[in-house]
Write a protein that binds this ligand. Structure first.
Ligand code: ADP
Length: 467
């Protein structure tokens, strides 16, 4: 606020009889393009003896502020009309891209962000500033290897794509408490007005990512009330690398495939489109490995729920089973954990175990699977005797299969697969060797350990006792 003597302002109606009145005037300079009246007012202020002294300084400051404002306005105008920008955040794509990909069944916000990061890495391979992430591989024999991969670090990167220069800014913001990781934003900017360039980018990023995922099986684990991808996707395990007794794998695979091709049959009859499989048998016989290989064979991912997890409750179990991602097998491991020992009069005893899931909670979950998409529940247990008949009712467990310790045929097939240059008679010799040196039932896991011990020497595998 300045106190000034008002002499003359064009447009203001000052009564003649009051030229000496003192007015309080608030001058707000809104932009450098403000009306001429302000210019004239300033001119008259210059001549004012009370104001003239400080005017130079005030005028300079005002001019600078107006200039800065003009620059901002001009820059935002240029940005609006000369550049196109697309923002992708770790929760999903902003703007119209959500619509572009709405038809894609494989579209998921978290994934699209990862895809675009990987795509940018390919484009900005000359960039100096990278973050490192570790990729993890496990082959069918359990051998683990890792590879380091680079992704652009937070900051600004430039790259060229389809003849245009792109500026990419990756910003890591505050922690996303719900997701348990930092919230991130990537902004891509390029010169021009054609937004469709981003469709090309996202299509390409998705195609590359899906092609790479085609040979992988993703594993999901529960995180709060949602499913979260666990680590890097693992290479698919060939189904014939899990050696089950004759015909078992083939029967299971054809049953699952038949189920998946019968959507209409189920919908017409109003039957919930779900199927439950129970694989039971001693530990180390290949139950989990087979389910993992089956997921790969079907191009499915796998959602693992361990019923002995103390944070799992009946409600959460039901919710998670019903919200598992599309095209995934839900694996309920060790379902016997939900069984509480009972007293003689049939009441559950005080439970000392870790699991909080009750047997009736498990049955409710099996009954409560809803939705029109195929839902396949794979259950495993080492103690079938703990489960009563209520669970094997059709609709809960439709297929029950024993996956037992190694039979003679399994031993021979496993030997010939691991040592492909060996002869049939070596295979027979191996069976005799195992039965002679290990006269108890033996798991396939133990056999695998023996092979790994003598991986370069089949003769030693035929001679050395099984540990
Ligand atoms: P389970 O789930 O029955 O306890 P896993 O599937 O976890 O057994 O097997 C443990 C290990 O033993 C895995 O590394 C797997 O490769 C190996 N294995 C077990 N059974 C078989 C099998 N039938 N064929 C090939 N490998 C097997």
């Amino acid at each position: 606020d300045v106190k000034l003597r008002l002499l003359d302002i064009e447009g203001l109606n000052i009564p003649d009889q009051a030229p000496d009145h003192v007015y309080s005037v608030k001058i707000v300079v809104r932009s450098c393009f403000s009306s001429m009246a302000i210019g004239e007012l300033i001119g008259s202020l210059q001549n004012n003896p009370y104001f003239g002294a400080g005017f130079g300084l005030v005028g300079l400051t005002a001019a600078l502020a107006a200039g800065r404002k003009a620059a901002i306005v001009a820059w935002s105008g240029i940005r609006r009309y000369a550049f196109v920008t697309c923002e992708v955040n770790s929760k999903g794509l902003k703007m119209f891209f959500v619509i572009v990909f709405a038809d894609s069944e494989k579209f998921e916000p978290d994934k699209s962000y990862q895809w675009i990061l990987e795509w940018i890495t390919r484009q900005s391979y000359r960039t100096q500033h990278v973050s490192m992430c570790t990729e993890f591989y496990e082959d069918e024999a359990g051998r683990i290897s890792t590879r380091f991969a680079y992704i652009p670090s937070p900051g600004i990167h430039f790259f060229r794509y389809r003849g245009s220069i792109f500026r990419c800014e990756r910003v890591r913001e505050q922690m996303d408490a719900l997701a348990g990781r930092p919230y991130e934003v990537v902004t891509l900017t390029t010169l021009g007005r054609d937004k469709s360039i981003f469709s090309f980018i996202f299509d390409e990023a998705r195609t590359i990512a899906l092609a790479e995922a085609a040979n992988k099986t993703a594993t999901y684990v529960p995180f709060g009330h949602e499913w979260r991808v666990f680590g890097q996707a693992r290479s698919k395990r060939p189904i014939d690398s899990v050696i089950l007794d004759d015909g078992v794998a083939e029967t299971l695979v054809s049953d699952v495939e038949r189920f998946l091709s019968s959507a209409e049959w189920y919908h017409k009859r109003g039957i919930p489109y779900r199927r439950g499989y129970l694989l039971h048998g001693p530990p180390g016989s290949g139950k989990s490995s087979f389910i993992f290989a089956l997921a790969g064979h079907l191009n499915y991912s796998i959602c693992v729920l361990n019923l002995s997890d103390p944070s799992l409750t009946d409600d959460r179990l039901l919710h998670l089973v019903n919200t598992a991602p599309k095209d995934s097998l839900v694996l309920l491991e060790d379902i016997d954990c939900s069984v509480r020992p009972r007293t003689d009069d049939g009441h559950p005893e005080r439970w000392e175990g870790l699991s909080r899931v009750t047997y009736s909670g498990l049955l409710n979950t099996l009954d409560g699977v809803v939705g029109s998409d195929a839902r396949i529940l794979m259950m495993t247990t080492n103690h079938l005797e703990l489960l009563d008949d209520t669970i094997t009712r059709p609709g809960r467990v439709d297929v029950k299969v024993l996956i037992d310790d190694a039979s003679d045929r399994q031993l021979k097939r496993a030997f010939l697969r691991f040592f492909p240059t060996s002869s049939e008679s070596d295979g027979d010799e191996f069976v005799r060797h195992v039965r002679r040196t290990y006269p108890r039932p033996i798991s396939m896991a133990r056999i695998q350990g023996h092979f790994l011990l003598h991986r370069d020497d089949p003769k030693a595998a035929l001679k050395q006792p099984i540990q």
